[in-house]
Design a protein around this ligand. Structure first.
Ligand code: ADP
Ligand code: MG
Length: 356
């Protein structure tokens, strides 16, 4: 692959990186002002930057082997460049002056697997801009600018979790985040446990439309319950007055928020696993965002010795699942499960731990 010098004819002036993330608990809660519990993964996205010597921005992605040039003044663009240009444009809207740039992306975060390569790209880009231009912005603003870029320029109605996780989480702990107040707490992993994430190999085909529909259902449920957001309901009984399917949608959000809050009290790996299993059942039966392949994979994980618990992670409709397993056993458990999973006609692959 060509490097920065070969693409842009000059060396980079600076570089920055940011990790992907996996969400351990608190799924489909972030757009309900609720609670989430992601952790950073070892895979990262790196951007290298320099000032461009013409009046255009030039972006190159090593993964896509694609170069895009955009006039400094051109408001929008498409594809991967929209995430990067989006970061530039939201900074400009906030009053910063961004000169024409050369920006080179390379990443070990798999794209579209639910590990949030998009947020890693945004946070890495914003960190790179902060460094190159000495911008006075903090890590929370970076997350917020990244989210705005994704909503306004990539057209994805995302919550704040992915960018906050990429900007603030590390791989050695869990980041509890209140998505309404942005209050956060760094929590240790349950003792004796580590993370395993597996891609189901099922593409998230309905993810976009299904996601928007669930968002709309939650808004409707909150309206009927006369609260600002479902986060404001703590008692699962309160949703029983709602018509179906809103009752089950709201029940997922309320119980899921309670599961995350329980972790704040400090729980064992065994209890954490039970909460993950309950989260999966809720996502499958109440929120209806699972698919048979994910259910199969999660069930295989749940019945395997050494696994504390497992659930789908990310928006669902395909994509990945995450498990909490006994420390040191993730690789062995994964290879055993992947062989059995292949016998069901699907092909999965391990996402975390990172395969060197
Ligand atoms: P996820 O965030 O779960 O990986 P998304 O669909 O939200 O999936 O984001 C994936 C998109 O982000 C890609 O289609 C691409 O446009 C952009 N992207 C992420 N990482 C890179 C990269 N390394 N190079 C180019 N584009 C990237
Ligand atoms: Mg994304």
């Amino acid at each position: 692959m060509p490097d920065f010098q070969q693409i842009f004819g000059q060396p980079p002036q600076t570089e920055a990186s940011a990790p992907g993330r996996v969400n351990l608990l608190g799924e489909h809660t972030d757009y309900n002002d609720g609670f989430v519990l992601p952790t950073a993964i070892p895979q990262r996205t790196t951007v290298q930057l320099s000032l461009s010597n013409d009046s255009q921005h030039h972006f190159y992605s090593q993964e896509l082997d694609q170069k895009v040039s955009i006039s400094e003044k051109h408001p929008t663009t498409e594809g991967f460049a929209s995430y990067i240009l989006g970061c530039i444009r939201v900074l400009e809207t906030a009053g910063y002056t961004i000169p024409p740039l050369n920006l080179y992306v390379n990443s070990s975060v798999p794209m579209g697997s639910g590990l949030s390569s998009s947020a890693a790209l945004e946070v890495a880009t914003l960190r790179g801009l902060r460094k190159l231009l000495n911008l006075n912005i903090d890590d929370i603003q970076i997350a917020q600018f990244g989210q705005q870029a994704e909503i306004q320029y990539a057209g994805v109605q995302c919550g704040i979790m992915d960018q906050m996780a990429s900007s603030l989480a590390d791989t050695n702990s869990m980041l509890f985040l209140d998505t309404r107040t942005l209050e956060r707490r760094v929590l240790p992993f349950p003792a004796g446990a580590e993370i395993l994430a597996i891609d189901s190999g099922v593409p998230r085909t309905l993810a976009g439309s299904g996601y928007n529909q669930r968002r709309a259902e939650c808004e409707e449920a909150a309206k009927l319950l006369k609260v600002k957001a479902l986060r404001d309901i703590a008692d699962p009984q309160a949703v029983e007055i709602l018509p179906e399917p809103l009752r089950r949608r709201a029940r997922h959000v309320v119980t899921e928020n309670n599961r995350v809050l329980e972790v704040l009290q400090g729980v064992s790996a065994i209890r954490f696993g039970e909460l993950m299993n309950a989260s999966h059942a809720s996502l499958r039966d109440d929120y209806e965002v699972s698919v048979p392949a994910l259910d199969t994979l999660v069930a295989m994980l749940q019945e395997t010795p050494g696994v504390f618990g497992a659930r789908l992670t990310g928006a669902g409709f395909g994509g990945a699942c995450v498990a909490l397993v006994e420390e040191g056993k993730a690789d062995a458990i994964a290879s055993n499960i992947l062989t059995r999973y292949e016998n069901t006609g699907n092909k999965g692959h391990i996402l975390v731990p990172e395969i060197p």
